[in-house]
Design a protein around this ligand. Sequence first.
Ligand SMILES: *[C@@H]1O[C@H](CO)[C@@H](O)[C@H](O)[C@H]1NC(C)=O
Length: 242
Amino acid sequence: MVALLQLIYLSFLSKFHGKQQRYRYSELFGSSGSKTKGTQPEKNARKERLRYSLSTDLHLQFQAMIMAREPKSDEVFVLPAFEIRHDRKMPATKPELVQLYQVGEVRPFYEELCPRCQVPTNYSQWVNIHVRGGAPLEVSYWLTWVDPWEPFYIGPRSVPLYDEGFKQYGFNRISQACELHVAGYRFSVLNSAFVVHRGFKIQGEFHAKKDKENKQNRVLFRSFKEGLKTKYPSSSRSLLLP
Ligand SMILES: *[C@@H]1O[C@H](CO)[C@@H](O)[C@H](O)[C@H]1NC(C)=O
C-alpha cells in the first residue's frame, strides 16, 4: 500500500495552465478528478492518507517554487520521511518537527525496520538546515540514489511507473526509485517539506506472510535490475547497479 504514496503529482490552478498538463494531484493530497475513484486503490490511498501527514501549505509553497524556477524534466523533489509516536500531535512546520525529533518523539521513517532504506536522505544534514518562518520552499541539496533508498518525492507525470510485478510486501518503492536513477533522474531534497507517518514502525506488527513476500520480491528485484540494463542500454548508471 505504501506503493501508492510513491508518486505525488500536483495539479495546478487554472492560472498555471501551461503546467497543468504535466502535474496533477495524486494520493497524498487527495485527488478530486482521479480515474480510480471508488476503486480499491483509491480506498487504500484514502486510508493511507490518514496515516501520513505533510508539512502545512506544501501544495501552495510547491506551486510558488516551481513558478519561480521551472523544474528540470529529470528532477524529482524529495520530502524527508519521518515517523511519530502514535499519540503525538502531528507537526505542521519544520521547527515543530525538529523539536520533536531532538527529543526522540519523531524519528526517521523505518528507522527500526530498515534504517538503510531512508538513511541516504541524510537526516542530520536536513535537520541542520534552518528555515526561518515564511522562508520559501527550495532545494537544499541533491542526492544520488543508492540501494536500497526508497524516498518519497514529488515528481512529474512523466516518471517511469511502478512495475506491477511487485505485489504484496517489499521492494516496490525501492525498485521504482532505482529505475528513476537508471533513467537519469536527480533527487532534489526540499529544505522544509516533509512527510510524517503516524506511529513508529516496529517489528512484529506486520501480517504473517510479510517475510515470505519480502523474500520473493527480493528475488524479483534482482531480475528487475537486470531488466533495467536492457531497458536503458545507454545509461552508465545501469552498469553500476549492485
Ligand atoms: C550528510 O551531510 C553532511 C553535511 O553535508 C556530510 O558531511 C555527511 O557526509 C553526509 N552524510 C552522508 C551519510 O552522506
